[in-house]
Structure formats: structure tokens, C-alpha cells
Design a protein around this ligand. Structure first.
Ligand SMILES: Cc1ncc(COP(=O)(O)O)c(C=O)c1O
Length: 452
């Protein structure tokens, strides 16, 4: 007989107030600090969470940049509940269900002209890895199998898959995990405090930074490069807004050398800049777009990769009849429940004109963010669409400590913010009212005055 005693289900009974926080290995969290100072949400409605003590917390970050239409949307929960009763699951390999095709058509209809096929995933990270794989397979299908090199950017964030951390450029997300993918190079990031501090919208300086791609082409030769991936606005690294002309230049160089351009729009997609996608805002069309988050308003995990007709057609035209054209997919690709959520969310965006609402409130938002100029610890403020960043001076030898204190203090004062390094990133739901913006800025000012 085994000496290991079997575990029973008794310990798994759900308790509304957990009395043991130990088992959950929390992601991107200081587990020990959290478990000593728990912060638990139990409910959310509109612009607010309710925490376990019954306190209202203003959501200044749309959860994690995903709850664009605000919390507790009945249209989504009803669609999800209906779908799970009708068809809880359907295998996505060699089978289909109507909502998958409907959602793909509607996402394609929102995407820039020419990008009209959608591959579904379950997260932003999966979207990124999928896009990189599609880029490699496309080059091979075209008879350009030597194009295997992928180019990302310093300070880029492309999720946490091995592809994403390889092309990503945030040191802590990379250094712990070995060599990741080989054959990767990075463009320089686009931030320069001296030239850009306190810019409103796109900084005027820095378009020339895209020329570094020509240097990489000269170094490796275009025939070895499959794709370049960048976030139109780098979000998770602390809101880096592309200089005027930069993305245009990147597009031009990619086209010149037959390199695919991938926009990682996990944050910008679905209205964050007041347009369907960041590509629309900047007037630059990539070959592939990755998305997630706002696609389902964060309610059900889902992501997607939108690809050009040319890419899709290449797969169709170069493989044998009835062969599988792309050897890639997930058990939960186009999950019926996620598709139902996505369809309900697109209806909300359309019916409530939420992307236009972002456009309307952007000038107010910009002024509010920049009103923090001169506040203690602040060394830069930047904004675009419904995104704002407040960069704080770091404490000597303790990068990130000051912003973490700001995060904890803001929570204490009833507001959820997001911090990365010593940068506070703000990205409220699109239903935000001017009064919420005022409240957010006033809490931030108090927080910054009250921390060392
Ligand atoms: C630009 C970008 N790409 C990818 C991801 C990863 O998405 P997920 O956390 O859903 O895997 C994120 C998440 O913040 C992101 O901002």
C-alpha cells in the first residue's frame, strides 16, 4: 500500500471568505507581500470594484486594460449564459459552430482594409506566439524558408510565451528563462526623456529610430528576416507613445525588404485610442494584428490574430487539396462561450458608440493627466487616447519601490492603478465620466504628496 495518503475533496469546498491564501501561486505578484496584506475583489459594476470589506474601488485601469465597456455588463453575462446552455463546447479542429464564423467576420469588418481573416486564441500571449508562427510558416510557404529571424523591440511586452518573451524587451520577463528563442534581434525602444518629457500625444522627436531596422537588415540580410513585431503604443512597459512618423517609417522599411509587420494590439485594439485599432489611429496598416483583452471585455479569455488576405491566400494556395494549411491551434480556439461574449461586446461598442466616446473625452483626459505637472516625484507625464502615464523619479537604488507604494496607497484611498517600474499607467473603461477623471487625478495627487 502506498504511504502517501489520498487527498479528499473536503478541502476543496468553496468558502466565500478564504481562510487560507497559501495554495494559489499568484502571477506577476509579490506573493508574500500580498498574502500578508490581501486585496480581494468580490464584485464589480460600472466603473467600480467592490472589495471584500465592502469598499468601492474606482477602476482606473479597466482591470488589466481589458474591461473597456465597464464592469457587470448584463448583455455579456446573458449571452454567455445562453451559449453555455445551448452549446457548451465544440471542437475547433475539423469542426465548427456558427458563432465562430460570425465573430471572425465582425472582427475582420472592424479591422483595417485588407486584414480580413481571424485566427482565434485564448489570450494575448497566445496571439503573439500564433502571429510569430504564422509569419514563419507564411515565409516558408512562399518559398522563402530562409526568413526565420524575428525582430522585436527593447522595452516591448508581448506576453509571456517563449515567443513573446523572446521578441519582448523587458529584462525581468527574459532573464529567468534561459535563452528562449534564437535568431531574435531588437530595435531600440522609442523613449527619450530629454527629447519627449511632458509630450501630449505623439512626441515630435524620434521617427529616425525606425531606421535601425535598416541596420539590422544590413547586418543579417533581408533574406533572413521573417517579421518585425511592435506594439503601436507600448503599454506594459510604461506607456511609450510612438514618435510622429516612426510607425510609417517602420512600415516603409518592412515593405521595401519583404518583411512582415506585426502590430501587437492587445492593448490598443478595440477602441483604446478612439479608433477600432491602433493601426487606424496612426494610419499605418500592418500585415498581422494581434488582439485579446477588449475583444471580450475581459469577461471570458479570448484573443485573436487578424491576418491579411495575402497571407491567408498563400496558405490556401500553396498546400495540397484537403491538407491542413496551418499546423497550429488550441483546444479552446473560438470557444463558443468566448465567441458569444465577443459578439455581445461588439454590440455594446457599436450601440453605445464607445470608441467615439474615447475620442470625445480624450482632450479632458489629456488636460487632467498633465495637470499633475509639478506634483511631488513626477518627472514625466504622457498620454494618448484613453491612456495616461505618470512617471516618478525612482528612489536611489530601489527602482519600482516608490510606484509600488503609490499603488498600495491609491488602493487604500479607493482606486486601482497599474504600476510598472516607477511608472503609473492609467487606462479607465470607456464609460468613464469627467467626474471619475477628476476623482482619479485628485486621488493621485494626494497619493503622491503622501508617499516618500
Ligand atoms: C501588447 C501586449 N501583448 C501581449 C500581452 C499578453 O496578453 P495576455 O496577458 O492575455 O497573455 C499583453 C498583456 O498585457 C500586452 O499588453
Amino acid at each position: 500500500m502506498s504511504s502517501i495518503s489520498p487527498k479528499s475533496f473536503e478541502a476543496t469546498q468553496f468558502k466565500p471568505t478564504p481562510n487560507n491564501l497559501e495554495a494559489f501561486f499568484m502571477p506577476f505578484t509579490s506573493n508574500r507581500h500580498f498574502k500578508a496584506n490581501p486585496r480581494l475583489f468580490v464584485k464589480a459594476e460600472g466603473m467600480h470594484f467592490t472589495n471584500i470589506d465592502g469598499k468601492q474601488v474606482l477602476d482606473a485601469t479597466a482591470g488589466l486594460w481589458c474591461v473597456n465597456a465597464g464592469h457587470g455588463r448584463r448583455e455579456i453575462s446573458e449571452a454567455v449564459s445562453h451559449q453555455i446552455q445551448e452549446l457548451d463546447y465544440s471542437p475547433p479542429f475539423q469542426m465548427g459552430h456558427p458563432a465562430a464564423f460570425e465573430l471572425a467576420s465582425r472582427v475582420a469588418a472592424l479591422a483595417p482594409t485588407g486584414l480580413d481573416h481571424v485566427f482565434f486564441t485564448n489570450s494575448g500571449s497566445e496571439s503573439v506566439d500564433t502571429a510569430l508562427k504564422i509569419a514563419l510558416a507564411y515565409q516558408r510557404a512562399k518559398g522563402q524558408g530562409t526568413r526565420t529571424r524575428l525582430i522585436g523591440r527593447e522595452r516591448g511586452y508581448h506576453g509571456v510565451g517563449f515567443g513573446g518573451i523572446s521578441v519582448g524587451g523587458m529584462v525581468n520577463n527574459r532573464k529567468w528563462f534561459g535563452t528562449a528563442l534564437g535568431g531574435i534581434d531588437h530595435l531600440p525602444h522609442t523613449y527619450n526623456a530629454k527629447e519627449m518629457a511632458y509630450s501630449k500625444g505623439q512626441p515630435a522627436w524620434g521617427a529616425h529610430l525606425a531606421d535601425d531596422l535598416e541596420r539590422l537588415v544590413a547586418l543579417h540580410d533581408a533574406s533572413s528576416i521573417a517579421a518585425v513585431i511592435v506594439e503601436p503604443v507600448a503599454g506594459s512597459t510604461g506607456v511609450l507613445i510612438p514618435p510622429k512618423g516612426y510607425l510609417e517609417k517602420l512600415r516603409e522599411i518592412c515593405t521595401k525588404h519583404g518583411i512582415l509587420l506585426i502590430f501587437d494590439e492587445v492593448i490598443c485594439g478595440f477602441g483604446r485610442l478612439g479608433t477600432n485599432f491602433g493601426a487606424d489611429y496612426f494610419g499605418v496598416t500592418p500585415d498581422l494584428i494581434t488582439c485579446a483583452k477588449g475583444l471580450t471585455n475581459g469577461a471570458i479569455p479570448m484573443g485573436g490574430v487578424i491576418v491579411s488576405k495575402q497571407i491567408y491566400d498563400t496558405f490556401m494556395e500553396t498546400s495540397a487539396e484537403n491538407a491542413i494549411e496551418l499546423f497550429h491551434g488550441y483546444t479552446y480556439s473560438a470557444h463558443p462561450v468566448a465567441c458569444a461574449a465577443g459578439l455581445a461586446v461588439l454590440d455594446i461598442y457599436k450601440n453605445e458608440g464607445l470608441f467615439d466616446r474615447v475620442k470625445e473625452i480624450t482632450p479632458y483626459w489629456e488636460n487632467a493627466i498633465h495637470s499633475l505637472k509639478g506634483t511631488r516625484h513626477v518627472i514625466d507625464l504622457r498620454n494618448i487616447g484613453l491612456i495616461g502615464a505618470i512617471e516618478l523619479e525612482s528612489r536611489p537604488g530601489k527602482p519600482g519601490a516608490r510606484a509600488m507604494d503609490a499603488f498600495l496607497k491609491a488602493y487604500e484611498k479607493g482606486m486601482l492603478i497599474r504600476v510598472t517600474g516607477d511608472i503609473i499607467a492609467m487606462s479607465p473603461p470607456f464609460i468613464v465620466e469627467k467626474s471619475h477623471v477628476d476623482q482619479a487625478v485628485s486621488i493621485l495627487a494626494d497619493v503622491l504628496k503622501s508617499i516618500d
